[in-house]
Design a protein around this ligand. Structure first.
Ligand code: GLN
Ligand code: ZN
Length: 755
């Protein structure tokens, strides 16, 4: 029985890789120095995993930016627009693909399955060929370390094609990759590599039969070549075609036995496991942070060893540990019961070692550790705040009427129009204004205690006042306070809501050098204090125009946090929704006429498998309604989502019953319009007229052309005019200029369509 790892957090315990990248980009670090320090970090990570007992050590999973990009470049798939950079040295080209270069658009970033990690989407404009083998290079470096058996980690051809765009025929694309993979794998075999982990997470998606056939052909092809032994690694759920995949001619199959709704486990029980393969048993979570229930895992493994012999069993995490922070050590600020119940990447690897010891030497050999784990989980279950009876009672007493607004959308529209008296094509923004260096430094100084609470509050107030004035000058119709007090749209709420804890150093890579520090939701959530009332009402006190209150919705809060596992997400969502409902009531009482509940994660929280989607959409929409349905008919409820791919959630959008929705459209354009039209969407709608992430100030002509197109589809009374997301990442001057132009366009069209 061996201990294997699938991947390790590359960003580093102190976000070393982030700082290295950024110094290099700023020209403070020479390329050679950057590469050598990054390699040192990678090697430290190897040593650390080895000390923690990993025997099959992942190599090649480390990346200077993104592992999908590494493979894209190894396969020579350089989009045409980067051709001029091809001879400019490898890192210039590499980071140009990742981040764009002067006048050249970067590759698209996309969510890696249902995680918060983003990969760079490969674009097929050329025929792939093998131009480098970074896996061999990493393996060779690892081999220099005494006693290390590196296991190269390589994204499999099927998943690679599935995540790519730009080919005409995916089938042909896959076929064209096979000889290249064969060559790459042969190089590894010749060098003496024993095992390669071929990641194929796409095997857990709903696959069509012809996809399964193509996968079978692909792995049969590779089996006839000279390759190391292949561990076909799947994760993020259960296999759709269990029996078929297990029949593939590979030496091992890795299964996620934690996050799979028990389908993998049920299939294991029902169909068993082939005696000629190694089972990579993902028995500890690579996605969530709670300690493993070691006794339950041990019992499961004991059962498993009944039909998989120990020499064919690898103990491993359910997926790469990329999605976890490095270690709990150093989180002294957390309540003791909570801290003891956590397990980040390093602690996960320790759990694997304990499980193996218990399996091979008997539980007594590690009895102390098992008892500690047991005690910690019990302490967590009973820790203060875990169960708040009032919260439980309130949720269970909910009735249908709590989810329904008093009047229908059509009836409300009239009342809201009378109250708000907005012009045609009302202009607004999504909520945040630039988080300038001075805003960030004020927050940092406040955190370090250099600014008093009062000084910080006054600073925020000055920013709000300044921006209310700016918005009035620009001529926006519905104003916002600017979100200057928020470090992050989830963390800010988590810091104020009971049931959440914030880590000191729990960073996880989101993309490139960007990291997130997800809050931990461990207890029942309720509205103990106002969350946004002070800033919002202050803003409203400065203007006669309506100010829109901005909150983050339940699904987004859950999706961007690490959440408890002793409760259904649906129940957690209702608790958060009730807390927001109380906040919204408070805002309404204070005279805030419009409230926006942001749900940017609504789409990405959609389960990967079709069969689980209807249920999710139902409760997710219900949670939104629970948060918002308590308001008077004349209070206008907005929601915001920032992606164009709405198809899958359109029905839920109706179910949320908002008055107005703002969505990104700058990138998704025509298709989205068609979808909305087909769906007879009747509510207020603001399609982002410019892309807030673009460094170029939008042109009036472009915005106007876009709006005219939209106006051929929707009646003018239905439309709002706004950017496609918050402006917090823009420079102040850029934001102001973009908004001025946007208002000009709205006014022009208003004159024309309003006769
Ligand atoms: N209100 C938020 C903002 O403007 C919304 C951010 C988002 O949708 N991701 O920043
Ligand atoms: Zn957005």
């Amino acid at each position: 029985m061996r201990i294997s790892n699938l991947g390790y957090p590359r960003i580093g315990e102190r976000r070393e890789l982030k700082w290295l990248m950024e110094s290099f980009w700023e020209g403070k670090l020479e390329e050679k120095e950057f590469l050598s320090q990054a390699q040192q970090l990678e090697e430290q990570h190897w040593r650390r995993q080895q000390q923690l007992g990993v025997e099959l050590l992942p190599v090649g999973d480390f990346s200077l930016y993104d592992h999908v990009l590494d493979l894209t470049l190894a396969l020579g798939l350089i989009p045409q627009r980067f051709a001029e950079l091809e001879d400019s040295g490898s890192l210039t080209l590499y980071f140009a693909l990742a981040r764009g270069a002067r006048g050249i658009r970067a590759c698209a970033l996309k969510k890696w399955f249902d995680t918060n990690y983003h990969y760079l989407v490969p674009e097929w404009e050329r025929e792939p060929r093998l131009v480098a083998n970074p896996y061999l290079e990493a393996w060779r470096r690892a081999r220099k370390m005494p006693g290390v058996a590196g296991k190269p980690v390589l994204l499999g051809p099927f998943t690679f094609v599935k995540l790519s765009r730009g080919y005409k025929d995916w089938h042909r694309a896959l076929e064209s990759l096979l000889p290249i993979y064969a060559e790459l794998l042969e190089q590894l075999a010749t060098a003496g590599v024993e095992w390669v982990q071929v990641d194929e997470p796409a095997l857990i998606l709903d696959l069509e039969l012809r996809e399964l056939e193509a996968i079978t052909r692909a792995y049969t092809y590779l089996a006839e070549r000279n390759t190391p032994r292949l561990m076909l690694q799947t994760y993020f759920g259960s296999l759709t075609y269990y029996q078929e995949i297990l029949r593939l001619p590979v030496a091992g199959v890795g299964l996620d036995l934690v996050h799979d709704d028990r389908h993998n486990i049920a299939n294991l029980e029902h169909y068993g496991f082939p005696s000629d393969k190694v089972l990579g048993a993902g028995v500890v979570s690579g996605r969530n942070i709670w300690r493993t229930d070691l006794r339950a895992a041990l019992e499961f493994l004991q059962y498993l060893t009944g039909f998989v012999t120990c020499d064919r069993l690898w103990l491993q995490p359910s997926c790469s540990l990329l999605h976890l922070p490095v270690t709990v050590a150093g989180e002294e600020g957390l309540p003791l019961e909570l801290r003891e119940a956590l397990s980040f990447a390093d602690e996960r690897l320790q759990e694997l070692r304990l499980l193996r010891a218990a399996l091979t030497e008997g539980e007594e050999a590690v009895g102390d550790e098992f008892r500690t784990a047991d005690r910690s989980l019990k302490a967590l279950a009973t820790m203060p705040g875990r169960v708040v009876p009032d919260v439980r009672r309130r949720v269970s007493a909910l009735g249908e009427e709590d989810f329904i607004r008093d009047l229908t959308f059509e009836e409300r529209r009239q009342l809201q129009a009378e109250k708000l008296k907005l012009p045609l094509l009302p202009t607004t923004t999504i909520g945040s204004f630039p988080q300038t260096p001075s805003v960030r430094s004020a927050r940092a100084r406040f955190r370090r205690g250099e600014l008093s609470k009062l000084e910080y509050r006054d600073f925020i107030r000055r920013e709000i006042a300044r921006w209310i004035k700016l918005q009035e000058e620009i001529g926006l119709d519905v104003l916002v306070h600017g979100e200057f007090e928020r470090s992050d749209m989830v963390e800010y709420f988590a810091a104020k809501l009971p049931g959440f804890a914030l880590t000191a150093n729990g960073w996880v890579q989101s993309y490139g050098s960007r990291c997130v520090k997800p809050p931990i939701l461990y207890g029942d959530v309720w509205h103990r204090e106002n969350l946004t009332v002070a800033e919002t009402t202050y803003a409203q006190s400065l203007t006669t125009r309506p100010v829109k209150g901005i909150l983050t919705g339940p699904v987004t809060i859950i999706k961007w946090s690490f959440v408890r596992e002793d409760m259904e997400e649906e129940q957690i969502a209702y608790q958060i929704a009730l807390a927001l409902r109380d906040e919204i009531a408070a805002l309404e009482r204070e005279g805030i006429p419009i409230i926006q509940v942001d749900e940017p994660a609504f789409r990405e929280a959609l389960p990967l498998k079709q069969r689980e989607r209807p249920q999710y959409l139902l409760w997710a929409a219900q949670a939104f309604r629970l948060a918002t349905a308590g308001v008077k008919p004349e209070t206008q409820i907005h929601t915001h989502m920032c992606y164009a791919d709405l198809e899958a959630i359109l029905p839920a959008l109706e179910g949320m019953d908002p008055d107005v929705i703002s969505i990104e459209a700058a990138r998704g354009g025509a298709e989205l319009l068609e979808q909305l039209q087909r769906y007879h969407f009747r509510r207020g709608i603001g399609l982002g007229v410019f892309d807030v992430h673009s460094p170029f100030t939008p042109m009036e002509a472009d915005m106007e052309e876009f709006l005219r197109r939209v106006l051929t589809i929707f009646p003018v009374e239905q439309l709002w005019v706004n950017p496609d997301c918050g402006l917090k990442t823009r420079k102040e001057e850029e934001a102001l200029e973009a908004l001025r132009r946007m208002v000009n366009v709205a006014r022009r069209l208003r004159g024309e369509f309003g006769k």
